[in-house]
Design a protein around this ligand. Structure first.
Ligand SMILES: [Zn+2]
Length: 455
């Protein structure tokens, strides 16, 4: 299959197309036609005309087409597998040794390796909290992906290695809206114990000035909430509300340990949640109250939390684990269906970060952020419907893997072709990434961890 130029018309025919629109339409066999980066038509193959000049990809019933997956909370990193076997409060200072040694070039390769993994797994858009965001824009741009870059910013004297409001402003000026709108920059705040009230005010003012949103993480672990209550006299979401960062467009990651009043605050302020089930299980944080978010009308989407606490940025694992965690927590086999999980990794994530008018579902007029998945494999068969039941979606969500993704288009541009990254030399990039990783590890060896809450 040749990569199509942006201006050419492409038609994927005879595919199993899950639109993830309001009706959760599935067309089997279905056709998707796109040109100039935009979806022109989607529907049943026998009722969706294909223009004569279209480059046609015949899926022969063996490829699924889904909206590009969206990772609503990630942390790029060059290192993973080095901070292990620890509870959050012990894990954080150990993880931050990487940041104490990190240079702009390290960050570039951290972004690159993370985004390569994301892209090969069908993720077309990442909300990424990391550092030296301009290098993230560079990596995303080289691969052709969308990225919402959020700096790890803090002003506590012991966290001097993180970004500041000044560098955050520079990132917005340099990158927000770049690459035809595929790159965005938001205002980020690191853990509340690293940021003063003045920094929260500054973050809100900065977000207002540039018309961008605010992202931070909170209430991941019981001990973390206890520290916040002790230091600030209230639970984290109440403190955020008092300090004015909760409003429509604001996104909080994790939110595992919220009480009912805090969930109400999220609903009242229009704040959304990036739920990271794999990370929450691996760091033994606990199950987030997903059903309560939904009942309260709080938008919740899935995030990987990055390789640092997950060892993977696969949204396939997030979908499966996100569903299983709710089922076992509530002892309810009907909790989080396959369709719910796919929504949380596509349209709900797009809504969370404010781009649902552009991507997140396969609908005429939206940008062509599309992936194909190879269904013709032992672990994804059978493809036959019986008594009106469609097993394909269930098998995709509960047996699908990142390596099943064959093709990726972002705004109509081919970024993955039969499993291969199209826009850079993958093996050369891996050599450079490995060399840089070894170098960073050497520099990190002499760095001592700084405790999370300093005196
Ligand atoms: Zn996180």
């Amino acid at each position: 299959m040749q990569a199509s130029a942006n201006s050419e018309t492409t038609a994927i025919v005879n595919a199993v197309v899950y639109c993830v629109d309001d009706a959760f339409s599935c067309h089997n066999p279905g056709t998707v036609v796109f040109a100039d980066g935009v979806i022109g038509a989607v529907g049943p193959s026998d009722a969706t005309p294909v223009p004569d000049d279209a480059q046609v990809i015949d899926a022969r019933g063996r490829l699924a087409v889904l909206p590009g997956l969206i990772d609503a909370h990630s942390h790029s990193s060059l290192l993973k597998g080095y901070s292990e076997n620890a509870q959050l409060m012990d894990w954080l200072p150990e993880y931050q040794r990487e940041h104490q040694a990190l240079t702009s070039d390290d960050a570039y390769y951290g972004y690159l390796v993370t985004y390569m993994e994301s892209l090969k797994g069908g993720t077309t858009c990442v909300m990424d909290m990391y550092r030296f965001g301009q290098r993230g824009a560079q990596a995303a741009s080289e691969l052709g992906m969308r990225a919402h870059l959020v700096p790890y910013a803090a002003d506590h004297p012991t966290k001097h290695f993180f970004e500041t409001l000044e560098t955050s402003e520079q990132l917005i000026r340099d990158c927000h809206g770049a690459d035809d709108g595929r790159i965005s920059a938001w205002v980020g705040l690191e853990h509340i114990t690293y940021c003063s009230e003045a920094m929260f005010e500054g973050a809100r003012e900065l977000a207002d000035r540039y018309g961008v949103n605010i992202h931070t993480h909170t209430s991941e672990q019981v001990e973390e909430v206890e520290v916040v209550v002790e230091l600030f006299g209230d639970r984290p979401v109440q403190v955020f509300n008092r300090w004015g960062i909760l409003r429509p467009g604001s996104v909080l990651a994790h939110c595992v340990w919220l009480d009912d009043a805090e969930i109400e605050v999220l609903a009242d302020t229009g704040t959304g949640v990036a739920h990271c089930p794999v990370s929450n299980m691996k760091l033994a944080s606990g199950p987030a109250p997903l059903s309560k978010f939904r009942e309260a009308g709080v938008t919740a989407a899935l995030g990987s939390d990055g390789g640092i606490s997950n060892n993977s940025v696969s949204m396939w694992e997030c979908m499966k684990v996100g569903s299983l965690l709710q089922k076992v927590t509530h002892l309810d086999a009907t909790a989080v269906t396959a369709a719910d999980a796919l929504r949380m990794a596509t349209i709900d994530a797009a809504r969370l970060i404010g781009i649902d008018g552009v991507v997140g579902s396969i609908e005429a007029g939206k940008h062509a952020d599309l992936i194909t998945v190879d269904l013709w494999q032992p672990h994804l068969l059978p493809l036959a419907l019986s008594e009106g039941h469609d097993p394909i979606l269930w098998n995709l969500v509960f047996a699908g893997r990142a390596s099943d993704v064959r093709d990726v288009w972002v705004q109509g541009r081919r970024c993955l072709d039969d499993g291969d990254i199209t826009r850079l030399d993958e093996s050369a990039a891996l050599e450079e990434i490995h060399a840089r990783t070894v170098d960073l590890l050497h520099r990190r060896e002499g760095v001592a961890a700084i405790p999370m809450v300093a005196d």
